[in-house]
Design a binder for this molecule. Structure first.
Ligand code: HEC
Length: 135
């Protein structure tokens, strides 16, 4: 029988490398146009259509990428999406509900709706972590 400490020492690195592999696979799998644009169109564009509404960004399919990637937030000292930096991406914080901790204000998005499901939020996070490609 192996001492407990040895077992943990063996098991933890193995578990971490499985997680890293899974995260990398998710990131590679997320496509902005296939996975995220439909969410923005159906859950967000009703209130963020022309860019003149509160929040000042158009999230319909043809405008969404330009409206968010590298674009400064009007509410917080962050970009809406900073490629490679999910924690510094205000849009992700708005859908996770952690925007107030980042110096933002207002409500969690989508406003007055149920939160996006965890799998969808994870796709936004993975896509940003992967550099927010226009794919
Ligand atoms: C029912 C209307 C409504 C819906 C639906 C909605 N929003 Fe908003 N959004 C607002 C309003 C109003 C504001 C400004 C006030 C606030 O932040 O609470 C805002 C602000 C924002 C901001 C801040 C913009 C900036 O530059 O700081 C982001 C990011 C945002 N929304 C993302 C989203 C996303 C992503 C969705 C879809 C998942 C969404 N919103 C759905 C009404 C809505």
């Amino acid at each position: 029988v192996m001492p407990r400490g040895v077992l943990i020492a063996l098991a933890v690195p193995a578990a971490l490398s499985v997680c890293a592999a899974a995260a990398a696979a998710d990131a590679a799998a997320v496509s902005f146009s296939r996975d995220l644009v439909p969410v923005l169109r159906s859950q967000c564009a009703i209130c963020h259509l022309t860019g003149q509404e509160p929040g000042q960004m158009a999230l319909h399919p043809r405008a969404a990428y330009k409206s968010i990637v590298g674009a400064p937030s009007v509410e917080a000292p962050l970009a809406r999406v900073k490629p490679g930096a999910p924690e510094e991406s205000y849009l992700l914080r708005k859908i996770e509900g952690t925007h107030l901790d980042a110096g933002g204000n207002g409500e969690r998005m989508p406003l007055a709706q149920a939160p996006l499901d965890a799998a969808t939020i994870a796709k936004f996070r993975a896509w940003i972590a992967a550099g927010a490609p226009e794919n």
